[in-house]
Ligand binder design. Sequence first.
Ligand SMILES: [Zn+2]
Length: 114
Amino acid sequence: MRYLFNEKLADRMLLSVDEKNNLNKLYEELHCLLNKAANTNDTNELSEIDKSIEVLELEMQKQWKFEPSKNKCSYWYQIPGCTCPKLDNAERWGTPNRIYTVNCPVHSYLFGTK
Ligand SMILES: [Zn+2]
């Protein structure tokens, strides 16, 4: 079985085969959502994808046996079409601080300006 995630880390976290398979399903879902985002410019659809990815990423953190935390989410700014700064947000990983671009097609809904 070829996993879509770092299997060494999964072994270090003592994930069972079942847990790895569950985690893999979540990664498949993530790739599916990222793919969907890459194929649309619709801001309503992109905002729904953004919300789904956040829920999914918190679920992934749980499956990894980490304490789920929004502060440690990093897929939101990697959604295709997102124009929010990548490096600045990567540097803020683990903190509650996020930097958005107000007219980002994926995240403008957060400002009610779409
Ligand atoms: Zn964005």
